[in-house]
Write a protein that binds this ligand. Structure first.
Ligand SMILES: *[C@@H]1O[C@H](CO)[C@@H](O)[C@H](O)[C@H]1NC(C)=O
Ligand SMILES: *[C@@H]1O[C@H](CO)[C@@H](O)[C@H](O)[C@H]1NC(C)=O
Ligand SMILES: *[C@@H]1O[C@H](CO)[C@@H](O)[C@H](O)[C@H]1NC(C)=O
Length: 380
């Protein structure tokens, strides 16, 4: 397949293997974000490096991720070229998956999605899109900016396709992986969270969402006190495709999967943005220190309803008790002496990457080209 069973897929394979059901845990899959799962000890982050020799970097590595980014430590690097994302003009398709740890989107082998430029010396191929989120708003991202977390973090995991044949080989070699992170805020709309939850719990009814932004295709009862305008904040059009009610409820439980197509990856990116980059590690075992992280400096938005539906996903199969997937991030790791580089000139903070794709140019020398018309905020 695309990337052929590397690190992010390990959870998938192990979850599908009989070893996981039996009493002896699969050592490759024996980790979690919380030490205690249903009364059984499963090693949480402080123990990852201690329970498996192949994961020792999780304990002793000095280039670990995630980190807190203090903006005053970010060095402006005028030699950072723009990021380039390429799908060859094709729409993306693939499988949305509840791995029991993350919401994961595994793209089909075709089309290949490439990222290059920025700090990357090689072309990297997209292998997985992963979503991490918290139990409450303002927490849930792995990385932080100036000690502030975000409600969610989208990680686009790529491997170096020029040097390695697949993700697992790349995760063991130098310059192996590139992960693009996008932060996500909850845009609450005009009414409170409790009321939004009430809207959903009342049951199914009239569909709303003809607000011209295509973000609110949840079912809301006709008798509901909520209206689309009240509950809709703005929402990222790409994430809306994954998080609309019809889609997200197909992956309520561990190992649930749902095929999606006609996705436009470029809609995931803000109109314009800068990025911050540093050298780090996988934030899951084996914590390999082969990752160039690229953090996009402009946060995306999703609605309260979409966030609520994420928190309703279970880490477990339907036969076991409900445990929310939320809180699926590793704690912060020391940055130590590592450099944080950014492509935004503090003297010209308005001069940012124009995104997405081929629009990401014009950062150096000449002023950026005039912004193209915004992408249509509709579901394709
Ligand atoms: C990944 O690549 C390595 C080395 O090229 C190879 O040995 C391994 O079998 C590949 N793994 C998968 C799952 O294809
Ligand atoms: C992606 O990169 C590979 C290797 O550099 C290249 O062969 C392929 O044409 C690229 N695809 C797109 C869509 O840019
Ligand atoms: C997110 O919402 C805020 C207002 O709540 C807005 O200022 C910002 O531009 C939005 N971000 C994006 C990427 O649309």
């Amino acid at each position: 397949g695309s990337g052929g069973g590397g690190v992010p897929r390990r959870g998938v394979q192990a979850a599908l293997s009989p070893a996981h059901i039996g009493p002896a845990p699969d050592p490759e899959d024996w980790w979690s974000y919380k030490d205690n799962l249903q009364g059984n000890f499963v090693p949480g982050p402080p123990f990852w490096g201690l329970v498996n020799a192949a994961w020792s970097l999780c304990a002793v590595g000095k280039r670990q991720s995630p980190v807190d980014v203090e903006l005053k430590r970010v060095l402006y690097d005028p030699f950072l070229p723009p990021l380039r994302l390429s799908t060859g003009g094709e729409k993306l398709r693939g499988t949305l998956y509840n791995t029991g740890r993350h919401v994961s989107f595994l793209p089909a082998p075709r089309p290949v999605v490439n990222v290059s430029g920025g700090p990357l010396l090689y072309s990297h191929r997209l292998s997985e899109l992963r979503l991490l989120f918290g139990a409450r708003d303002g927490a849930g991202s792995e990385h932080q900016i100036n000690h502030q977390g975000f409600s969610a973090e989208v990680q686009l995991i790529h491997f170096n396709q020029e040097l390695y044949g697949n993700l697992s080989a790349a995760s063991r070699g130098p310059n192996g992986l590139a992960i693009l992170s996008l932060f996500v805020n909850v845009s609450p709309g005009k009414i409170g969270r409790e009321q939004v939850a009430g809207c959903l719990e009342l049951g199914l009814g009239e569909v709303l969402g003809e607000e011209g932004i295509g973000v609110l295709d949840f079912w809301i009862p006709t008798s509901s006190p909520c209206t689309a305008t009240q509950v809709a904040g703005s929402s990222n059009p790409f994430l809306s495709r994954l998080l609309n009610r019809d889609t997200i409820t197909r992956i309520s439980y561990k190992n649930d999967a749902y095929f999606l197509q006609d996705l436009s990856l470029e809609l995931l990116f803000p109109e314009s943005f800068g990025f911050i980059t540093y050298q780090g590690s996988l934030s899951t075992p084996p914590c390999s220190e082969t990752v160039t992280w690229i953090l996009i400096d402009r946060a995306l938005n999703i609605t309260s309803l979409q966030m609520h539906s994420l928190r309703l996903l279970s880490q477990n199969p339907p036969s076991q008790i409900f445990q929310s997937l939320s809180g699926n991030g590793r704690p912060l790791q020391p940055l130590a002496h590592r450099a944080l580089r950014g492509n935004r000139d503090p003297r010209h903070p308005e001069r940012r990457c124009r995104g997405p794709n081929y629009r990401l140019h014009g950062m150096l020398g000449s002023p950026p080209p005039p912004p193209p018309p915004p992408p249509p905020h509709v579901l394709v």
